[in-house]
Design a protein around this ligand. Structure first.
Ligand code: PGA
Ligand code: ZN
Length: 434
């Protein structure tokens, strides 16, 4: 595929902050574009976004990242022929030349990497998820992932009103994506009503659309989630499970302690607290239960959770192959949260994915707290046969674009065959066994 034109511009994400969109045109006239998300509760090992600094958008402008695409990246790609994604991505990485992508910016590199993926898929007349599947050495059949949906928010996404970042609900029995979304809609309405009744507040939402009533502590958040599931008429645990993103890096104190809702806890005490939550509630996964540099205690947490809940690594591994390998070797976790922009290109994200798969880890493909309406994430989860997808809540079009894309894939590919590829063998929804 020979590249004929390269373009880029700033767009706004769901927090109203600039991010990067890029477009590529191939020799045959095929054109495609993509935009990239951005996190707020970021891991220290993440690839670096390029931000302008200065007054405009409080320093968060992406004019430099855009200029890098229109300048040096365009100069290196124009007229060149790329056989596949890996060749393009390697070219971008060489051009940047830094380990953390700080020269051209991870936001610039990923926008181009994704625009190329879309253009390549369009050029071959295949869906984006089929293209993503084709990047894997041995493609799994595409799968409709289980939904892990943000109900309550705390931490950095909700002004730190409670320490832990997300309590999520996980429908386990609904046969279709729409059936599972309908269940969560009812739970969400019950949770909003509970917030209004108990805390006399309207349903205020956080960055990912999760509800954020003023809980007095993190346990209360779990208790309220369990109550909302019951009030919605579902059996907690059997029909709807819970999950948590503790995001502990963001309330870690110096000296190996944690500030959990005003209480100072050692790593061991935090592990005990989390363990108690998973015994009291049907929590299927615990994400970032400890801080990203608390390597010594992660294996203890994993052993403590045992088969009760997955020990899911987000900030700990930052979708980087070296950190994932360390987590595998030390028994620190047993499931991967995959965020492509933590590492910077599709090819590197694929390496991370394959490392996790080689160790038998389930994968949760995740959005960021700052998202655009672009829905490539849904295609990635399906194409890479992820067991779980984590998009956020069921409000805000930045989140709904992804749910709606899952609905479209499910409808057209499993039911009607109204698609270039006809009815496909998608792994139907089945609760992931562990
Ligand atoms: P972020 O948070 O996108 O703000 O980093 C999401 C998460 O921690 O899972
Ligand atoms: Zn997280």
């Amino acid at each position: 595929m020979r590249i004929k034109r390269v373009d880029a511009w700033e767009v706004l994400d769901s927090r109203g902050r600039p991010t990067v969109a890029a477009a590529l045109m191939l020799d045959d006239g095929t054109a495609a574009s993509a935009s990239v998300p951005s996190g707020a509760s970021t891991g220290r090992a993440e690839a670096k976004e390029r931000r302008d600094g200065g007054k405009r958008f409080r320093g968060l402008g992406c004019r430099q990242a855009v200029a890098h695409i229109r300048g040096p990246i365009a100069a290196a790609l124009l007229g060149e022929c790329f056989d596949d994604q890996e060749q393009l991505d390697r070219h971008l990485l060489e051009l940047d030349g830094t380990a953390d992508k700080s020269r051209l910016g991870a936001n610039a590199l990923l926008a181009v990497s994704l625009a190329f993926a879309r253009a390549a898929a369009a050029c071959s007349g295949i869906e984006l998820f089929t293209y993503f599947a084709s990047l894997l050495p041995e493609p799994f059949p595409p799968r409709l992932p289980a939904l892990t949906i943000n109900l309550f928010s705390g931490g950095k996404h909700a002004f730190g009103q409670v320490a832990i970042q997300d309590v999520l609900v996980v429908p386990k029995l609904g046969a279709t994506v729409m059936e599972r979304l309908a269940q969560v809609y009812e739970v969400y309405q019950q949770a909003a009503a509970l917030g209004a009744r108990r805390y006399q507040v309207r349903a205020l939402t956080a960055d990912e659309g999760g509800l954020a009533p003023p809980f007095s502590d993190s346990s209360e958040m779990l208790e309220a989630a369990a109550e909302a599931v019951g009030a919605a008429g579902y059996e907690l645990g059997r029909e709807i499970g819970l999950a948590v993103d503790v995001a502990a890096s963001h309330f870690a104190l110096a000296g190996g302690y944690y500030n959990l809702d005003g209480k100072s806890l050692s790593s061991e005490q935090l592990i005990e607290t989390i363990s108690a939550w998973t015994r009291s509630y049907p929590v299927i996964s615990v994400e970032d239960g400890l801080a990203e540099d608390d390597w010594a205690h992660w294996p203890v947490l994993r052993r403590e959770l045992g088969d009760r809940a997955l020990t899911l690594a987000d900030d700990l591994t930052c979708t980087t192959p070296a950190r994932i390998r360390r987590a595998i070797d030390t028994g620190a976790a047993n499931a991967l949260l995959l965020k492509v922009n933590q590492v910077g290109t599709l090819t590197e994200a694929k390496e991370s994915y394959l490392s996790a798969r080689a160790a038998g880890w389930p994968v949760s493909v995740s959005a960021r707290s700052g998202e655009t309406e672009d829905a490539w994430l849904a295609d990635l989860a399906v194409g890479w046969s992820a067991e779980f997808i984590k998009i956020g809540s069921i409000t805000q079009s930045d989140r709904l674009a992804k749910y709606n894309r899952l609905l479209q894939i499910e409808h057209q590919y499993t039911m009607t065959g109204f698609s270039p590829e006809g009815v496909l063998e998608l792994i139907p929804f089945r609760w992931p066994s562990r």
